[in-house]
Design a protein around this ligand. Structure first.
Ligand code: G6P
Length: 589
């Protein structure tokens, strides 16, 4: 959700800003801008993507600069609302939401300050200008205590050569170090290819970057020590490597992500083991796709450990006044580890009691920093906005965890990547045919029961995000309580049939939708349901025989669906990596 990049050092800043912004585009992409310091500070910004900005940046020279790619919250996407914002001698970029910006804006207006944009961010720039007579640090001492809400900011001044002031509170910011200068970014992968060392700011911390060094400050802006550590990210991880999109590349990386995550889960100690075994309840909380991995986790934990479990959307959980006891264990799950609602839940659990366990794909994320116990999945960097390999790595993390806690051993889990490989390289014709159907359809329904239902809701989310088709994941047993009213010849229904105790009940559901004229497709690991005879009986147009899965089916069945969704996006000429109105990491509420 918005991306920040910055550089100060011995080299020209613009090429770093441009490359960094390109890598940050998945965080937001409705407008983009840079500010480069030379004799003064020159700002260039545009509505649109980085490609739309580059032709206008030709004359920007200077060794210090900041850049921003925006996902609009306050004020529509436009050049005026794009960052950086200038106020007097200062230029500022901001991620996050300033909750008291109206009050501050009124105060500043009374002092005669005028505003060009509708953003909350410009208010912070204006504050720097009003309190900025004695420079960046002195201004920050006045400005920061006035800000309520979440922010990561980077500010430069016309008068302080080579200096960038940065501060973070509730929104991530990392400082990077290389032999030729210092970098800053809202996310590590964007600066990983420039700087081998990084230091992440904790909430309330600030830093002043100069060409030859950096000073860190605590919440009271007193100097503090912070170490740079080497990160393990390889620059190639953020390249497409010949695939047509990041989403496609990341789908094909699934078996590796799963294998690495299971290997890691096999090795690590589980210091919270007794807390989980003795828990009165396990609660899983997350947003989006991560929430859907929680649905599978709940099923697994209940079936293997026989402990009552609950899944709660993080945006609900944080306001629900939940009843937590000292024996409750809460799993906060977030690929990025930066999702505002999930972090808020984690903080709430820390304050109210219970055991908190984070699950994230980013070892340096805010979630891993605030949780005492954190399980790190090993999917590698995920750039596509819609989660694919990170979902599978969350699932494999839960399978390995609950299999270990249930003393089942991980042998069966370790076979999964082979099945996944098969799912990646099969079904090409069937998927092409089905993609055409989905392209033409008014709506696409995914139906299933048990674990298949958990997969169905994730499948529908992928279809919505990437193809903008109306899609719904439905518990097949509920069809006749409402959704059946929507089924007609313009609907595609994709039935998941991998849970043998429920398979016959799924047959009823398939019969119901088929007789209403829907175009029906079916995924099953039982050849009875993919046989010609069965397909003819219910006019099933595409039937995909999955490797035998049962309990593991969520780790396999979603793969052909992710591939399907990608194919539909291609047919519709949509960019699967940057779905409209969405952002990879939702760091604001
Ligand atoms: C956004 C992304 C989704 C993701 C969700 C949760 O909405 O577009 O793909 O599932 O955030 O993100 P998290 O990083 O917390 O897993």
């Amino acid at each position: 959700m918005c991306g920040i990049i910055g550089y100060t050092g011995k080299k020209q800043a613009l090429p770093f800003l441009q490359r960094g912004l390109k890598k940050l585009e998945y965080r937001g992409y409705d407008s983009v801008g840079v500010a480069v310091q030379d004799i003064g500070v020159t700002i260039v910004k545009r509505q649109g993507r980085i490609e739309d900005l580059i032709p206008f940046t030709g004359g920007l020279v200077g060794f210090c600069g900041i850049g921003h790619t925006r996902w609009a919250t306050h004020g529509k996407p436009s050049e005026r609302n794009a960052h950086p914002h200038r106020a007097g001698k200062y230029a500022l970029v901001h991620n996050g939401i300033l909750e008291n910006y109206r009050e501050l804006k009124e105060e500043l207006s009374r002092l005669g300050v005028s505003f060009e944009s509708e953003t909350d961010s410009e208010v912070i720039a204006a504050l720097f200008s009003v309190y900025g007579e004695h420079g960046l640090l002195a201004a920050a001492k006045e400005v920061l205590p006035k800000l309520k809400g979440s922010y990561a900011i980077a500010v430069i001044s016309e008068e302080e050569k080579g200096k960038i002031f940065v501060s973070a509170n509730g929104s991530p910011l990392v400082v990077g170090k290389s032999e030729h200068g210092y970098f800053l970014s809202s996310d590590l992968p964007a600066l990983a290819c420039f700087a081998p060392f990084f230091a992440a700011l904790s909430d309330g911390e600030s830093a002043l970057l100069c060409e030859g060094g950096v000073a860190f400050f605590n919440g009271s802006l007193e100097k503090t020590e912070k170490e740079f550590v080497r990160h393990g990210l390889l620059p190639q991880e953020t390249e497409k490597k010949g695939f047509s999109s990041f989403m496609e590349k990341e789908i094909f990386e699934i078996p590796f992500a799963v294998q690495r995550t299971i290997d890691r889960m096999e090795r690590i100690p589980l210091p919270f083991e007794e807390s989980v075994r003795g828990a009165d309840r396990l609660i899983f909380t997350a947003c989006g796709t991560a929430y859907h991995s929680c649905l599978v986790a709940k099923w697994l934990a209940e079936n293997i450990l026989r402990i009552p479990c609950e899944c709660v959307l993080a945006s609900e959980f944080r306001y629900n006044r939940p009843l937590l006891t000292a024996k409750t264990v809460v799993f906060a799950v977030s690929q990025s580890g930066e999702t505002a609602d999930t972090l808020a839940c984690a903080k709430m659990v820390k304050e109210t009691g219970g055991t908190l366990i984070g699950v994230t794909n980013v070892a340096e994320s805010s979630l891993s920093r605030i949780t005492e116990y954190c399980l790190v999945t090993v999917a590698g960097v995920e750039i596509g906005v819609a989660a694919t390999k990170s979902y599978l790595s969350q699932l494999s993390c839960f399978y390995a965890l609950f299999y270990r806690l249930g003393n089942r051993g991980l042998f069966a889990c370790k076979q999964i990547p082979f099945y996944e490989n098969k799912a990646l390289f099969s079904y090409e014709e069937e998927l092409n045919r089905l993609a055409k159907r989905c392209q033409e359809a008014k709506s696409v329904f995914f139906i299933g029961r048990g674990l298949d239902y958990a997969v169905a809701v994730e499948a529908a989310l992928k279809m919505k995000e990437i193809t903008y088709r109306f899609a719904e994941g439905y518990a097949a047993g509920e069809l006749k309580h409402g959704t059946l009213a929507l089924i007609d010849e313009d609907s595609v229904v994709i039935a998941l049939v991998t849970q043998s105790p429920l398979a016959e009940k799924m047959e009823n559901a398939v019969a119901q939708v088929s007789s209403r004229g829907a175009k029906v497709a079916l995924l099953s690991d039982d050849d009875k349901y993919t046989s010609r005879e069965f397909c003819e009986k219910y006019a099933i147009e595409s039937a995909l025989l999955l490797p035998k899965g049962e309990e593991f089916s969520p780790l396999v069945a979603i793969i052909p669906i992710q591939r399907l969704v990608l194919k539909v996006a291609n047919l519709l000429s949509l960019d699967p990596d940057k779905p409209r109105n969405l952002a990879k990491s939702v760091t604001v509420e």
